[in-house]
Design a protein around this ligand. Sequence first.
Ligand code: SAM
Ligand code: SF4
Length: 326
Amino acid sequence: MAPLIDRFGRSFPYLRLSLIEACNFRCSYCLPDGYQGCGSQGLLRLDEIRRLLAGFACAGLQKLRLTGGEPTLRRDLLDIIALAAATPGLQRLAMTTNGCLLEKRVADWRAAGLSAINVSLDSLDGERFRQITGHDRHASLLRGIDRALELDFQAVKLNAVLLRGRNDDELPAWQDFLRERPLSVRFIELMRTGDNEDYFARHHLRAERLEAQLQQAGWQLQPRGPSDGPAREYAHPNFRGRIGVIAPYSKDFCAGCNRLRVTSKGDLRLCLFGEFGIPLRPLLQDDADLDTLVGRLTGQLALKQAGHGLHQGQTGLTPHLASIGG
Ligand code: SAM
Ligand code: SF4
């Protein structure tokens, strides 16, 4: 298995595969009017996903994340998890979910082979959560998270998008939450996408003030491992949980990029904010195309740029993160 390496020396053992663009939430920064497209038409089928993963396995895949849209809306999700868990060489099979089915289904996902889970939870306050996501499921999400912690996952992580004036005063509540829970919350700086320009102007907040508060409260920045993602992770001896900060506008963010993306219809995307997709679907129809598929993955990587154009306001093809698998 030859690992994928680009012309800047970065390697790509990590694939984020979107299973569906549709979503049942209306997060104010992502799909404020709800999902408007035509649902589940034309999504990659199970046999296509199997061939795709076989190709990535030949290119050194170690970590796979299932995402969306909302991946748990796929009726065949358990089959997809079981199939993905059998990928040769895979060390971690993760999924990012808004948690709508977490409480009911997390044990089934774990039993099918899911080894890590990220749940989006933008606020610890139920009413704020409802205002941000358009859904009143906060209590169920919290129960689902505690259920997940009983299931021996390699990692349970929470994602919270930092929003000026909406959830930027919750560090004390998060600290209470993390005192006894062995999970990691990731505060993600809001990213500007094609559709959220005004919202971004009103609510984007750099994570610097949060990091200063963490350091004042005795949280310590952890050394980065060679295969770690872009989060800067903090730990504290009095807390079982950890806090990560993901700051896509920071200087070296793209230097640590280790991931590729494939959309729910089978386009390879070299960057979350790239200008083009590379169709892989024609090579997913026949097992005999495996070598050609691996060749296309390797060849396309030569086109990957050093960094995104977000600082210049370039959001590429991405109207919202649901469209590509954020
Ligand atoms: N629907 C699932 C969920 O919300 O967890 C998976 C897809 S969602 C696009 C993946 C993650 O991207 C979520 O944690 C969400 O909060 C985050 N996200 C969406 N839009 C974003 C934006 N503009 N900036 C930063 N994070 C964003
Ligand atoms: Fe749906 Fe996730 Fe986007 Fe929220 S962030 S609207 S849950 S895809």
